[in-house]
Design a protein around this ligand. Structure first.
Ligand code: PHB
Length: 387
């Protein structure tokens, strides 16, 4: 008799909750957590955890489970295999993460085939979102960030520029769209160099730039070690002393490493979508939640914010679906997404599934003994000009 009562109790409880609501919400996080780009995974996952910490770990009655996978990248083949395992074996509801362009490109066909939404939290080559109807991006694109730098530079007495970019998708996008807007405004590109993604020796490139005597060098390198190496060489070869300025995308003066770069970066003008110094209640709440969820991670950067916003967007989509997953309906909800991020207002362009946001012009300054990118001008609601 007792057993029957218990069984009835369970049946009644089960009847009250829709079947799927009891299943955890599974999010496969694919990014690099070891090797030269280990910070990317840590920042992205750290941002997702910050949102979960702030909002509780449950969405529409479903407990959120992050299935974190290390690509050890850049390793597109590994990323693809991990994504396949996540959709086939682990049956994840969403794929998320993606620090590096080659890995995002490798996974896009997997998302299409499995009909699994793919939430991009960094990889920033423009073309990525065209490779799957299930891709949506909460980070940035390099054309979106670089074009405003071209416009700003030429309006501010920088007329002759040498470009230096990492030789892969985002670098080529950056070179192309900076140069286009800069030349449209009347500027002249006096030289261009593309450096290998893996461990370039900067000295010879820097010497060539010095010899060309431009007003400035425009730089895109992926956030982290490459930027540190570039600045070291720039300093050693005396380009600052020769009156050559650095202008850049904010990847160079990444919040996570900027303090370690020290005085040589002071005064660098750069364009970007997020600064840890952005003055808003949303950013203050984000910084607090990030520190609580990741006590030893240091200062969060743009990748952490994209992880945080991407996690929020996933949660809003799942709520909109009443907890019941449907990939095509999920994509329709992603396309309507619009909210106040720690970086400022963001929305998704329904035609491209790419992010629309404010691109800020910033200058590196010292505040309370630490280096920060201080915003002083902006290009509001700026879309990726490449699409
Ligand atoms: C990319 O691989 O798409 C990428 C990586 C690092 C960045 C920006 C873009 O800072």
């Amino acid at each position: 008799m007792k057993r029957l009562v218990v069984a009835l109790g369970i049946a009644a409880a089960a009847a009250m909750v829709p079947a799927q609501a009891q299943e955890p919400l599974r999010i496969g996080v694919v990014a690099s957590f070891s090797g030269p780009f280990a910070d990317y995974g840590e920042q992205i996952e750290g941002g997702m955890k910050a949102w979960l910490k702030q909002n509780g770990g449950t969405v529409a009655g479903r407990k959120v489970e992050l299935l974190v996978r290390d690509t050890t990248g850049p390793a597109p083949e590994v990323a693809k295999r991990l994504a396949q395992e996540l959709v086939v074996r682990d049956k994840v509801d969403f794929l998320a993460g993606f620090g590096l362009t080659p890995e995002a490109l490798a996974v896009a066909p997997v998302a299409t085939q499995a009909k699994t939404p793919m939430v991009i939290m960094n990889a920033a080559t423009s073309v990525i979102t065209t490779r799957s109807p299930y891709a949506v991006r909460f980070s940035m694109t390099l054309p979106q960030i670089s074009a405003p730098m071209g416009t700003w530079a030429v309006k501010n007495d920088i007329k002759r520029v040498y470009t230096l970019v990492a030789d892969y998708g985002p670098g080529i996008d950056s070179e192309t769209w900076f140069s286009k807007f800069f030349k449209d405004g009347g500027g002249e590109i006096v030289g261009s160099v593309r450096v290998p993604l893996k461990g370039p020796e900067f000295a010879p490139f820097i010497q060539r730039i010095k010899d060309a005597k431009p007003d400035a060098v425009f730089v895109f390198v992926p956030a982290g070690e490459l930027g540190i190496a570039f600045m070291k060489s720039f300093q050693e070869r005396g380009l600052k002393a020769a009156g050559i300025k650095v202008i850049a995308t904010g990847d160079l003066t990444d919040d996570h490493v900027i303090d370690a770069m020290g005085d040589p970066v002071l005064g660098i003008i750069n364009t970007f979508h997020y600064s840890a110094a952005h003055d808003s209640p949303e950013n203050k709440a984000f910084l607090k939640a990030f520190a609580e969820a990741n006590p030893s991670a240091g200062r969060p950067n743009f990748m952490a914010v994209a992880g945080y916003d991407g996690m929020r967007a996933i949660a809003e989509v799942v709520k909109g679906l009443g907890g019941k997953m449907d990939a095509d309906k999920a994509m329709e909800l992603f396309k309507q997404m619009k909210f106040e991020s720690p970086r400022g207002p963001i929305s998704i362009d329904p035609a491209t599934r790419d992010i629309v946001q404010t691109v800020y012009v910033r200058r590196v300054e010292r505040r309370d003994g630490h280096l920060y990118n201080i915003e002083f001008d902006k290009f509001p609601d700026f879309k990726d000009p490449a699409k």
